[in-house]
Design a protein around this ligand. Structure first.
Ligand code: AR6
Length: 169
């Protein structure tokens, strides 16, 4: 059975088939969750990322998980929030394409951070609505495929936002 669940804490600790990294287009590391993932994975991750030739906004690319408990990392690049209409499409594509990459690699559990909601400045509640809507639509479109989706709330604020957004349905 597919499912969507919530986890409060650090995504680098999760033992799932893939954790998603909110990366930048170089895929060569950064701050926030990207920095935490690279620190926990060790230098092998950066070495593999160097072979990927970067990643466009909304796209997703997979690597190994190295020293992480997760088997893989799916790197996606969220939009830098500008208030334009394309931001929402780009953010939607991050979630959708990460799930597509997971399925293409026969993975069945995936954990997402709040893509673009840190340094990239996406308003957290809007981003949570897009994330939840997109993963639900993906599960509906792929109902024959089992996928366990974990949404990771790094802060108390994120947790409360998801509670509110989930209750809007
Ligand atoms: N586990 C789960 N979530 C986390 C963790 C963690 N260990 N650390 C932070 N978050 P951000 P962005 C949450 O800034 O906005 C990087 O430098 C955090 O609270 O990491 O997509 C990249 O290289 C926030 O809600 O990613 C890019 O240059 C969310 O993760 C740029 O930042 C995303 O915050 C990407 O910015």
């Amino acid at each position: 059975m597919s499912s969507i669940k919530y986890h409060s804490g650090d995504i680098t600790k999760l033992n799932v088939d893939a954790i998603v990294n909110a990366a930048n287009s170089t895929l060569l590391g950064g701050g926030g969750v990207d920095g935490a993932i690279h620190r926990a994975a060790g230098p092998g991750l950066l070495n593999e990322c160097r072979t990927l030739n970067g990643c466009r906004t909304g796209e997703a690319k997979i690597t190994g998980g190295y020293n992480l408990p997760a088997k893989h990392v799916i790197h996606t690049v969220g939009p830098i929030y500008s208030g334009s209409i394309s931001d929402a499409d780009d953010l939607r594509n991050c979630y959708w394409n990460s799930l597509e990459v997971a399925k293409a690699n026969d993975l069945h559990s995936i954990a997402f951070p709040g893509i673009s909601t840190g340094v990239y400045g996406y308003p957290k509640k809007d981003a949570a609505r897009i994330a939840l809507k997109t993963v639900k639509e993906w599960l509906e479109a792929n109902s024959a495929y089992e996928m366990e989706i974990t949404i990771v709330n790094f802060s108390e604020e994120d947790y409360l936002i998801y509670q509110t957004v989930a209750a809007e349905e």
